[in-house]
Design a protein around this ligand. Structure first.
Ligand SMILES: CC(C)(COP(=O)(O)OP(=O)(O)OC[C@H]1O[C@@H](n2cnc3c(N)ncnc32)[C@H](O)[C@@H]1OP(=O)(O)O)[C@@H](O)C(=O)NCCC(=O)NCCS
Length: 223
């Protein structure tokens, strides 16, 4: 893949409220195993609101973007408290419901949301690992070390806040993410074969929960 030379002079900086739109756009562009979520979720605005909104609407902490030449290339979003995240998500949903009529794209996207409810992702104990995160880069920005720098910045912020542990969800297919998370101390704590993406992927996936203690405590054995 050819990369613009400008990508080399990049910076990692904390998110600003004005980043919500571009971060939501990147979430959508990378929301299907690193490719566009368009194939399973036609409503890009709803996707952005649900996947990026809560972190900008009260739940996020230690969120950063990678930027080069004034262009945002990717982000790490995280919420250190699960209940606060859920409350922010509920607010985002309530605002959407009261402010816009569902379009055909919205209705077509409901299929995926129903599948998420039916095939939930595995997760670690929220008591032991109250924080969770998302990390995504545009294709041209991958493999440059930005993912590692974003994640290191986020973990340092969580440690500064005194958060005990952090978890995330990924799949066994995502070699780059697995490699990165493992090198930064995450371990697989739960896994489940899932048909969640089968209509679009054409096969089942192995859904993984990975977690890392931030206070030196042990990682509980997989249940
Ligand atoms: C996963 C992702 C965040 C990694 O960020 P990145 O900037 O590409 O990765 P880095 O260049 O910082 O590499 C860090 C480590 O990741 C692993 N890694 C990165 N690319 C890899 C690849 N193509 N294959 C295997 N491992 C890879 C390696 O362990 C690497 O460490 P090393 O450089 O010491 O070998 C990025 O590729 C991405 O956004 N992918 C698409 C979206 C996604 O999958 N997000 C994660 C969802 S859980």
């Amino acid at each position: 893949m050819s990369r613009p030379a400008s990508l080399q002079s990049n910076v990692i900086r904390p998110t600003r409220p004005s980043d919500e739109e571009v971060v939501g756009r990147i979430a959508y562009q990378t929301g299907f195993f690193g490719d566009s979520a368009a194939r399973y979720f036609p409503d890009s605005e709803l996707f952005a609101a649900l996947w990026a909104g809560p972190y900008f609407q009260g739940a996020g902490a230690g969120c950063y973007v990678a930027e080069a030449g004034g262009e945002v290339l990717g982000y790490v979003l995280g919420a250190p408290e699960h209940e606060r995240y859920q409350a922010a998500l509920r607010r985002v949903v309530a605002r959407r419901l009261s402010s816009s009529w569902p379009t055909r794209r919205t209705l077509l996207s409901l299929r995926y949301l129903l599948r998420v409810a039916r095939f939930p992702s595995p997760h670690a104990s929220w008591a032991a690992f109250p924080a969770h995160l998302h990390l995504n880069l545009l294709p041209a920005a991958r493999g440059l070390g930005l993912g590692r720098r974003l994640l290191e910045a986020h973990l340092a912020a969580l440690q500064g806040l005194g958060v005990g542990g952090v978890q995330l969800s990924t799949t066994a297919e995502n070699r780059a993410a697995l490699g990165l998370y493992r090198t930064l101390g995450f371990e697989v704590v739960a896994s489940r074969r899932t048909p969640l993406w089968t209509p679009w992927l054409r096969h089942e996936a192995e859904h993984l929960a990975m977690a890392r203690r931030l206070d030196g405590g042990p990682i509980p054995a997989q249940g």
